[in-house]
Design a protein around this ligand. Structure first.
Ligand SMILES: Cc1cc2nc3c(=O)[nH]c(=O)nc-3n(C[C@H](O)[C@H](O)[C@H](O)COP(=O)(O)OP(=O)(O)OC[C@H]3O[C@@H](n4cnc5c(N)ncnc54)[C@H](O)[C@@H]3O)c2cc1C
Length: 487
């Protein structure tokens, strides 16, 4: 296939495959320049892969092996987050992490980790068991811990969605529900064919998460592969206050950082994840045996975890690479094809620094980068009715009564907030898309009360029947048939 004018197609400077956190930050970084950029994503929303289910920790960088891509981009990325959270209006708190020694023989490992932290350029301090108990009353009997004050927690859904929204606001074209099925190279152009269309570009950036090896192999056989490693979690309600105040890790092992206990930016608690290599790149089921194992490991770490407040379990798939590191490089045969694969943990914290490197170092070596004069690094502020002072809330409701109409009672999410996200440049298409953006359905009843209202709002917004509204990706419709008339 070669390009002829009759094809009547746009020629993009860059096509990004995958709209997870990696693809979204790369798109945002590219949008700073006068490039014509298109993102192809197979799901009907951004951030629906590994980015949708993780621990949401902005790791300090004490753990990755010095000299690796993981260490480099984790540490660089962590430093960028105060500015990013502000520009993209995302909840972010540097609550610090404690990596706890539960047995006397683990104390020497704290020293080793402190040495590794120093090599990575990460500020840490070794605390005694008494100091740990003062900071965390539910860890009364430890043998000490490594304290990393720069670790933080973030809302990962909003981080990804807002990064892509910012990219789209700055001119990037986002094509959802477009699964890349083949890529051909001819006359210095890539022809990227999806299940919907063929897109033409001078440069392709592969950020396809667990499928990055398959996308890479479409153009040239690569010497690395991705195997998903599943992590299962418990989510606890925010009923119990200050159960833990920091991210609590065990000592890391060859399987990773281990089962952690942390609060989230919405004051829920996460307990997990497990670590299990699987074959199916889409299997996000949970099972009792694995979760029981998570429980027993977490119980060694923190006393009295209130499992009776568990509102949900979930799992995510780490895109683990055979190279045991992030792959961020040009293809060996096609230097206009850039692979960004194997982005497992700490991929969330690393994403902004990876994006900067990919654009400023790799793309700049093959394409001229001219700054866009009207680039705006900020998203329009999001209204948060639950978080504002009463006088501001009263004014918001007076100005727009939709802010006074609650759709999700558990999480106090109003119609005004849902109307706001529907009016943005990356609006939700599904019930879970609404949930990820504003937390409607994240609470104690898990959407039991608000989901029907959300289905009707989406149906009205898109002018479709409620029967056509998906729970999540295309085809996952919530309702099967009409049983009674709904006003
Ligand atoms: C259990 C777990 C815990 C984690 N905890 C942390 C943590 O606390 N901190 C941290 O920094 N990192 C953490 N991570 C890692 C982090 O979540 C990932 O590194 C990151 O989300 C990877 O993002 P990505 O964009 O590379 O991949 P993804 O989010 O998977 O995005 C890839 C996208 O490509 C799309 N795609 C795939 N194939 C195609 C195709 N053929 N055509 C078009 N689109 C396609 C997918 O639909 C997907 O949207 C964790 C991961 C897991 C699973």
């Amino acid at each position: 296939m070669s390009y002829n004018k009759n094809m009547n197609k746009d020629i993009y400077d860059v096509i990004v495959v995958g709209a997870g956190i990696t693809g979204s930050f790369i798109a945002r970084e590219l949008s700073k320049y006068t490039l014509k950029v298109c993102v192809l994503e197979k799901a009907n929303d951004v951030g629906n892969g590994a980015t949708n289910a993780n621990s949401a920790i902005i790791h300090s960088g004490y753990d990755p092996i010095p000299g690796t891509n993981k260490a480099k981009f984790n540490v660089l990325g962590n430093k960028m987050f105060d500015q990013i959270a502000d520009e993209l209006d995302v909840s972010f708190r540097r609550i610090g992490s404690l990596t706890v020694a539960n047995f006397p023989e683990q104390v020497s490992m704290l020293e080793e980790l402190a040495k590794r932290s120093k090599e990575n350029g990460v500020e840490v301090k070794i605390l005694s068991g008494e100091e740990v108990a003062k900071m965390e009353p539910n860890i009364p009997n430890s043998y000490g811990a490594l304290y990393a004050p720069t670790a933080g927690i973030i809302n990962p859904f909003n981080l990804c969605i807002h990064a892509m929204e910012n990219a789209v606001d700055n001119g990037v074209k986002l094509c959802l529900s477009n699964k890349v099925i083949s890529i051909k190279y001819e006359d210095e152009l890539f022809y990227v064919t999806t299940d919907k269309d063929t897109y033409v570009s001078k440069i392709v950036i592969n950020a396809a998460g667990n499928y990055a090896d398959q996308i890479a192999n479409m153009i040239n056989k690569v010497d690395w592969s991705i195997t998903p490693r599943k992590g299962e979690y418990y989510v606890l309600d925010h009923k119990v206050k200050n159960f833990v105040n920091h991210v609590i890790f065990p000592l890391p092992s060859e399987k990773g950082k281990g089962v952690l206990v942390t609060k989230t930016t919405s004051d829920n608690y996460l307990v997990g994840p497990s670590s299990e290599v699987i074959n199916d790149k889409d299997d996000v089921s949970t099972d009792k045996m694995t979760l029981d194992n998570v429980k027993s490991q977490a119980n060694l770490l923190v006393k009295g975890i209130p499992y009776n407040t568990c509102i949900r379990t979930f799992s995510g798939l780490r895109p683990s690479c055979s190279r045991h590191d992030f792959v961020i490089e040009k293809d060996s045969k096609f230097d206009h094809f850039i692979n960004v694969g194997g982005i497992e943990s700490p991929g969330l914290v690393s994403a902004p620094a990876i994006a900067k490197y990919v654009v400023e170092e790799l793309v700049s070596s093959i394409s001229l980068l001219i700054n866009k004069k009207d680039y705006n690094s900020r998203v329009r502020r999001y209204p948060h009715i639950k978080e504002v002072k009463p006088e501001i809330r009263d004014k918001m409701i007076k100005d727009n009564p939709d802010f006074g109409e609650m759709i999700c009672d558990c999480e106090q999410i109003s119609l005004g907030e849902i109307n706001d996200i529907l009016s943005r440049s990356v609006p939700p298409r599904s019930v879970k898309g609404v949930k990820r953006r504003v937390r409607a359905g994240f609470g104690r009843c898990q959407g039991g009360f608000c989901s029907p209202k959300v289905v009707l709002l989406l149906a009205k917004h898109y002018g479709i029947s409620p029967l056509e509204v998906p729970l999540d990706d295309e085809g996952s419709n919530v309702l099967l048939e009409k049983v009674k008339v709904v006003d």
